[in-house]
Design a protein around this ligand. Structure first.
Ligand SMILES: [Zn+2]
Length: 248
């Protein structure tokens, strides 16, 4: 892929970069999207019936089992070349913030360090009552495991329908978008409100906004540069084009 020289110049000089990633990046690792993560016996449910506080209150075991099933599915999935290219980019840029909507933890596995998980992490479990995180729990076929401290039900550390985004992460993400010189929107349709807001925050502050996505999105007409294709192919080429020539 040929990148405009103007774009390469911007990136070569940038010391503050913020990146937002969405489901498309995980999909390229073979992970099914949230809405596709319902096959077999889960096909009869809508995501809203499995991923909301109301669903958990109504049938905690059903919700717990869906997440246990999804955690198992994630174990077989590896980061792709796009994830690794972002870890390379982080090494080259002094202030690099990776904001992700993905809950699969693949960026962490790939080695990214400064990550803001806007929608939580499906591999983490916390108490639904007192919020205490737990590393281990006893899976019981009959019931949802409980908190050692307060005996509350354990739940995945993800943001459900009807819940707000974690405040500290969201504030840090907005701050990164407002202060970066280059903002990337990667593998996200840009229609999720938080994602659109970050891109607009970056744009309003004069950042160069870049989209990398399989196809055009509602954000495309508003960005400075758009590249359509696989992030697992475009990102490694970009890192090579910017940093492999010895000029930076
Ligand atoms: Zn508790």
């Amino acid at each position: 892929m040929e990148f405009p020289s103007e774009f390469i110049r911007f990136l070569t000089k940038a010391s503050r970069v913020a990146v937002l990633t969405g489901a498309g990046v995980s999909q390229e690792s073979g992970l099914r999207t949230f809405r596709d993560a319902q096959s077999g016996l889960w096909a009869q449910y809508r995501p809203e019936d499995l991923a909301s506080p109301e669903a958990f209150a109504r049938d905690p075991k059903l919700v717990w089992d869906w997440y246990a099933w999804r955690r198992e599915a994630i174990k077989g999935v590896r980061p792709n070349a796009g994830h690794y290219a972002l870890t390379e980019m982080e090494k080259k840029i002094s202030e690099f913030t990776l904001v992700t909507q993905n809950v699969d933890g693949l960026h962490r596995i790939a080695g990214s360090a400064n990550i803001l998980e806007l929608h939580g992490n499906i591999l983490k479990v916390r108490c639904s009552e007192c919020g205490t995180f737990t590393e281990t729990w006893d899976d019981d076929v009959e019931s949802v495991p409980r908190c050692e401290k307060c005996n509350g039900l354990l739940r995945p550390d993800v943001v459900w329908f009807g819940e707000s985004l974690p405040r500290a992460e969201l504030e840090a993400a907005v701050n990164a978008a407002r202060t970066c010189q280059v903002f990337f929107s990667i593998g996200t349709s840009g229609v999720v409100q938080s994602a659109a807001a970050l891109a607009h925050a970056a744009r309003n502050k004069g950042s160069v906004v870049v989209e990398i996505n399989a196809e055009p999105t509602p954000l495309t007409p508003k960005v400075d540069f758009a590249f359509h294709g696989k992030s697992g192919e475009i990102l490694p080429e970009l890192v090579k084009a910017v940093w492999a020539n010895g000029l930076s």
